[in-house]
Design a protein around this ligand. Sequence first.
Ligand SMILES: [Zn+2]
Length: 499
Amino acid sequence: MKCVIAMMQHETNTFSPLSTPLAAFGSGTGQESPPSGEQAISIYAATDFAFAGMLDVARSRGMDCVVPVAAYAEPSGKVDDAAFDYICDQICDAVKQGCDAVLLDLHGAMVTQSHDDGEGELLRRIREVAAEVPIAVALDFHTNMTASMVDNCNVIDGYRTYPHIDMYDTGKRAAKTLFHCLDHDIETKMRWRALPMMTHMIKQTPLRQPMKDIMDLAIEAVDNTDILNASIFGGFPLADIPHVSLSVLTVEPSRNYLGEGLIKQLCAMAWMRRHDFIFKPEPMVESINKARLLDSFPVVIADHGDNSGAGGSTDDLSVLDEMLKQELTSIIAGPIWDPLAVGQMIACGEGNEITLRIGGNTSVPSIGQVGHGISCTGKVKKITDGRFVITGPMQTGLEVCLGRSVVFDIGAAQIVVCEERWEPFDPGCFTHAGLDPTGARYILIKSRQHFRAGFEPIASHIVLAAGPGVCSSDYAQFDYQHLLKPIFPLNLEMVLQDQ
Ligand SMILES: [Zn+2]
């Protein structure tokens, strides 16, 4: 028995000015292009990725596993057509060789230069070359669901957590359902519904209300009924595409109809709570002032407007600038993306002093934002290769590569500056460079929710700071042209037609 297992992961922020060429799909792990075969297996097999869960399930059945590509890129703007076609071709060519099942670790919010729905297009192409092959898909919680995704595979399951700490389990669940159905000759039926809602990502987490009860009910249904899988997708609103939504999906044997009732119930709950999914950020200056008045440490300050995990450049230093203006000290900050500054500091050498400008290299024309850097003098405290293995609960076991990295000491702050963008959800980005986050008063990181995986346990307080950037929670900044309207909350007074 042969199984094709592949990964294609990209969350596309269509407002982001950052391009997404093929090389981006290998960068976080230090590769020049997306890995495949044994190399992909050596990078991802022992990590908390859905890919690893799928691989373990297939291997436990003694299947021959073929890995045509494992492509993961940090969120950014639309994916280049050439990159997308390359990844699709790798997967379709492998499927064409013949296989008994296809297991895919996908994101669900990929937009390419030519396709609003990257995952739906990939699945459509696979079906074109192998109409009957059974396909199971694991998706990110931030999926914007489409008919093309649902119609072109047999099983879908989504992460149940945000921060995403159950990726491996999700891969396992999706693969197990597929093989269970193949073993028992069960035909699956997927039902789904998308609500015209743009939820704010800070409010989406199933750890808390309004999402907690909704996710709990879906999990309970899977545990206690014949429904095989039930997923809630919070959706990814930073995309100017028609199908932004919160959606619900069930998988069950085709003779059953339990999914219909569950979907109705879950959608009713989400719609009733729609106002609770709105987040109103306070002015960033006020947030920093609040942080200044706290008296137990460390205080984690999460700048959620410029988060690479949602397509930000992580080189806007408005929040750090404000912290310095308000005379906060004992700060560690980063990682800040500035390859140019890294080069200058490495040329200057460890232990030496340099005056330079850090950050502010990226402007965001879609929201009229001009990059904000800071000019400062400091010491090149340490130079590293930016490599560390994640030990926290999210993407556990993955070796991250930030590229060449530098700890820049400007007195009040120690700033980690690096060559690659990375959302800090594991303290390894600081500890690998000799910095101890628990000893700092303030930890400034650029993240919205995922930082909680690695930093909440060590934080005395968490302060959210709405720095400027392409990940803003203020949707009024974005010029949406292609959304299917009406959509909540852009059109606040809406009645939902019962379908
Ligand atoms: Zn996500």
